[in-house]
Design a protein around this ligand. Structure first.
Ligand code: HEM
Length: 406
């Protein structure tokens, strides 16, 4: 198989349940030139180098002209900081961080701990009378959504309105599975609709600010000036989408992995502290983000004997790097007690995940409570059905049988 064929199979929905053998195939060529002119990087060392390389841009406006139709710049909107380079990126991320707590800092997140546990408890109580539940629908999805809505100041009851837009936007990130122009058009429509919704909320908060992040961004002048209205809208939209579409997969992938490793699940019941290592290992072994936003080479970049030409799209295969045997011992083994576990689950470099402390705590809380409370949980279907996206990978449904709830 050529590298393009391997990559084509990775994007194909049919292989979504287990792309890992294909990633091993891909790693044989650490920097692979695909037939469409883009490059896929799949080994740990090379991915890390590119995540930290200033010649690599996250801004699609830098794509060479013949690629521009696949990623046109959104007309008239301020791009979100995930697709902007420094120094603009750092200004916007810095302003948002003032209302979120710096990465690694437990500030906001520790304060949220009791509230998070209360939300999960309520969700598990709701399935206490049943003997079978879809863990995605019951806990993995509603939990992070409720949390991010509270933090941002977005009414939880509006969720059905923006759920579909959010999914549409996210599915368009990373390499596409279907016709590019069609995908871009759908994303643009969804982004427009979600942006209009957030703009409406922002208008209301500007008149009547609350204690939420949206109000904070609108009223904060920052040390060097605040955000424009359009920047607030794109930042809140980004956080809403990121908070919606990623942690759900970590919790669902987590429950699936634990049910496939009953010895770990059993240990967790007696050793609650084990959940920290479990979540960290999940971010390596079954990460929610397989491909982050497509990068662009700002210059010719030579790695080994391959040169990525200026303007070419670069796909970073984070999940392939996570299982690179040159980086981690026995990469195919799920081992929550690994001593060193440097993974790419949250990316790296300037775009390292903004929500990492929150995501970790959410996943720890949900998995700790689910394993503690569900009596003798069993998978109904293995593998479960998956969501279509190859970039943000996780089960669409996760049916579990159990003998009651403690
Ligand atoms: C960026 C993963 C949860 C907000 C990223 C990136 C990854 C990632 C891989 C890098 C993207 C890139 O380099 O293009 C995850 C995972 C999560 C998670 C696996 C859950 C398990 C969250 C949550 C939030 C969030 C809950 C919001 C509160 C962001 C933002 C960025 C980002 C704003 C862009 C950062 C920047 O460009 O500087 N995330 N994320 N993430 N994440 Fe997360």
């Amino acid at each position: 198989m050529t590298e393009s064929q391997v990559f084509g199979r990775i994007l194909d929905r049919a292989g979504r349940a287990d792309p890992y053998p294909l990633y091993a195939e891909l790693r044989k060529t650490p920097v692979a030139a695909l037939d469409d002119g883009s490059y896929v990087v799949s080994t740990y060392r090379e991915i890390v180098a590119l995540l930290h390389d200033p010649r690599v841009s996250s801004d699609r406006r830098n794509l060479a002209e013949h690629f521009a139709d696949r990623e046109p710049a959104p007309p008239g909107r301020a791009p979100a900081f995930i697709v902007v380079d420094p120094p603009e990126h750092d200004r916007l991320r810095g302003l948002a961080m003032r209302h979120f707590g710096p990465p690694g800092s437990p500030d906001l997140v520790t304060g949220l701990r009791p509230e998070l546990t209360a939300i999960v408890t309520e969700l598990i109580d709701a399935i206490a009378g049943d003997r079978r539940a879809d863990i995605v629908e019951a806990v993995a999805y509603p939990f992070p959504v409720t949390v991010i809505c509270r933090i941002l100041g977005v009414p939880r009851e509006d969720e059905p309105r923006f759920h579909a837009w959010s999914t549409e936007i996210v599915e368009s990130f990373g390499p596409g599975d279907d016709h590019v122009a069609q995908r871009v058009r759908r994303r643009e429509r969804a982004a427009e609709a979600l942006g209009d919704y957030v703009r409406g909320l922002a208008d209301a908060r500007r008149r009547d600010p609350g204690r939420d992040l949206l109000s904070g961004l609108l009223t904060d002048d920052g040390p060097d000036g605040g955000m424009s209205m359009e920047e607030v809208v794109s930042t809140v939209t980004l956080l809403l989408v990121a908070g919606h579409e990623t942690t759900v997969n970590l919790i669902a992938n987590g429950m699936l992995t634990l049910l496939r490793h009953p010895e770990v699940l059993e240990r967790m019941r007696h050793e609650p502290g084990l959940v920290v290592g479990v979540v960290e290992e999940l971010l390596r072994y079954e990460p929610p983000v397989h491909f982050p936003a497509t990068r662009v080479a700002l210059d010719d970049i030579t790695i080994g004997d391959t040169t990525i030409p200026r303007g070419a799209p670069i796909v970073l295969a984070l999940a392939a790097g996570n299982r690179d045997p040159d980086h981690v011992r026995a990469p195919e083994r799920f081992d929550p007690c690994r001593e060193a576990n440097e993974h790419l689950g949250f990316g790296g470099g300037v775009h390292y995940c903004f929500g990492a402390p929150l995501a970790r705590l959410e996943a720890q809380t949900a998995l700790a409570e689910l394993t503690r409370r569900l009596r003798d949980p069993r998978l109904v279907t293995d593998p479960p059905p998956y969501r279509p996206s190859s970039a943000l990978r996780g089960p669409r449904r996760l049916l579990v049988d159990y003998d009651g709830v403690d």
